[in-house]
Design a protein around this ligand. Structure first.
Ligand SMILES: Cc1cc2nc3c(=O)[nH]c(=O)nc-3n(C[C@H](O)[C@H](O)[C@H](O)COP(=O)(O)O)c2cc1C
Length: 345
C-alpha cells in the first residue's frame, strides 16, 4: 500500500476476516500538532480508500464502505471495506499509484494551464464539493499568506518536534524503519538537513537557529518552492466534518495521481491550510502564539479570494504542482512490511 500519510507515519492497521477489511487507527503513530482532531489522519484515510478503490476497479470489484471516522472507541475500525463482484472499467489513475510521490524539491515551472490539463486528462472533476481550485503561484496575497504560515515551524516547538520525529537521517535508518521520510527528501540543502538533526537531538537549539537567521532561510526556500510551481491548489469543504475530510482526501488523491500520470510533481502544503481548517473547527492549539492564531483565523477569507471559493467554503488542504524530473530512488519513502500492518482472522 503506497498511499500517503502525514510524515509517512502510517497510522493505519488492517484486519481481513475473509469478507471484510477493517481499517483501524493507531493514535500513537498519528500524534502530531497538525493532526489535531484527527484531521490529517482523516484526510490520509481518504487517500488510502481512494487507492484501494482504484485497485478494486482493476479487479472488477466494488467496495461496500462503512465509515465510522474518529471518535470511535480505541481499536474499533474507522473504515470497513467489503469487496463485491461488480462490472467496472479499470480506472486510468490506477497506473499512477506506483509512481505517485511527494516531491519537496524546487520544481521546473509550468503554467496554470498545464495543471488544469493534467487534472482534466486524469478525469478529475473540479466542480462540486469537496471543491478543488487552482491559483497562480505568484498571487501576491496567497504567497504572503503561505510564507507567513511558515513561522509556525520556528515559533511552535511542538510542530517541529512532531515533524522531526519522522526524519530518517541515514539510508540504514530508512531501510530499517520503513516509515518516516529520508533527509534526502526534505527539500533542504544537506547543511540545513544536518541542522534539523541537531535540533532533534537538542531542542533548545531551535532558539539559536531562530537568532541565526533560520526563519529567513526556510522562508527563502519556501518562496523558491512556490515560485518554481505551475500552480497552487486548494481543496475546500462547505460542510466540515469527518466525512468531508475523508472525501477531501479522496479528491486530493485523485488530483495527486492525475499530476503523477501527467509527469508533474506534487507536494502537499498542510501548514497554511490544515491550520486554517483547525482554526475554523476550534482545534487549533490554544498555546499557539496569538498573532499566529489570528493569522490562521484570517485564512478562510484570504484563501477564499485567492481560490475563488464559495463564501461559506472552508479550506482544508493545499498543495503545489509543477513539472520536475523523477525523484531519485533513494529519496523515496518506504512502507512498513505488509505482515506488520495486515492481519487475518
Ligand atoms: C494528510 C497529509 C499531510 C501531509 N502534509 C505534508 C506537508 O505539509 N508537506 C509535505 O512536504 N508533505 C506532506 N505530506 C506528504 C507526506 O509526508 C508523504 O505522503 C509521506 O512522507 C509518504 O511519502 P510519499 O508521498 O512520497 O509516498 C502529507 C501527506 C498527508 C497524507
Amino acid at each position: 500500500m503506497t498511499a500517503p500519510t502525514g510524515e509517512n507515519c502510517q497510522p493505519f492497521r488492517f484486519v481481513w476476516d475473509g469478507r471484510v477489511l477493517a481499517v483501524t487507527h493507531d493514535p500513537a503513530r498519528a500524534r502530531h500538532r497538525l493532526d489535531a482532531g484527527d484531521h490529517a489522519s482523516l484526510i490520509a484515510l481518504g487517500c488510502m480508500w481512494e487507492a484501494m478503490d482504484l485497485e478494486a476497479s482493476a479487479l472488477d470489484l466494488g467496495l461496500i464502505a462503512t465509515l465510522a471516522g474518529s471518535g470511535v472507541s480505541p481499536g474499533k475500525p474507522w473504515l470497513t471495506l467489503e469487496p463485491t463482484p461488480a462490472t467496472r472499467t479499470a480506472d486510468p489513475l490506477r497506473a499512477a499509484l506506483p509512481i505517485r510521490t511527494t516531491d519537496r524539491r524546487p520544481f521546473q515551472g509550468g503554467t496554470l494551464e498545464d495543471a488544469r490539463d493534467a487534472l482534466s486528462a486524469g478525469g478529475v472533476k473540479r466542480e462540486g464539493e469537496p471543491y478543488l481550485r487552482l491559483a497562480e503561484p505568484d498571487d501576491p496575497a496567497l504567497r504572503a499568506f503561505v510564507l507567513a504560515s511558515d513561522a509556525v515551524l520556528w515559533r511552535d516547538p511542538w510542530t517541529i518536534r512532531d515533524a522531526l520525529r519522522w526524519v530518517r537521517y541515514t539510508d540504514a535508518e530508512v531501510r530499517r524503519t520503513r516509515d518516516g521520510l529520508s533527509w534526502r527528501n526534505l527539500g533542504y540543502p544537506p547543511v540545513a538537513s544536518l541542522a534539523t538533526a541537531l535540533v532533534r537531538r537538542l531542542p533548545p537549539l531551535l532558539a539559536l537557529g531562530r537568532l541565526a537567521g533560520g526563519p529567513l532561510e526556510t522562508r527563502r526556500l519556501l518562496a523558491r518552492q512556490l515560485r518554481s510551481s505551475a500552480a497552487i491548489g486548494c481543496i475546500a469543504l462547505r460542510t466540515p466534518g469527518q466525512a468531508g475530510l475523508v472525501a477531501a482526501g479522496r479528491r486530493a488523491m485523485r488530483a495527486w495521481l492525475a499530476f503523477a500520470r501527467a509527469g508533474m510533481a506534487f507536494q502537499p502544503l498542510s501548514l497554511p491550510s490544515l491550520c486554517v481548517y483547525n482554526s475554523v473547527t476550534g482545534v487549533l492549539p490554544r498555546d499557539l502564539p496569538a498573532d499566529l492564531r489570528a493569522h490562521f483565523a484570517s485564512g478562510p477569507a484570504l484563501l477564499g479570494r485567492a481560490f475563488d471559493l464559495p463564501a461559506d467554503a472552508v479550506p482544508v488542504w493545499m498543495f503545489r504542482a509543477g513539472h520536475n524530473g523523477p525523484l531519485p530512488h533513494e529519496a523515496r519513502s518506504l512502507r512498513l512490511p505488509l505482515e506488520d500492518v495486515l492481519s487475518a482472522t
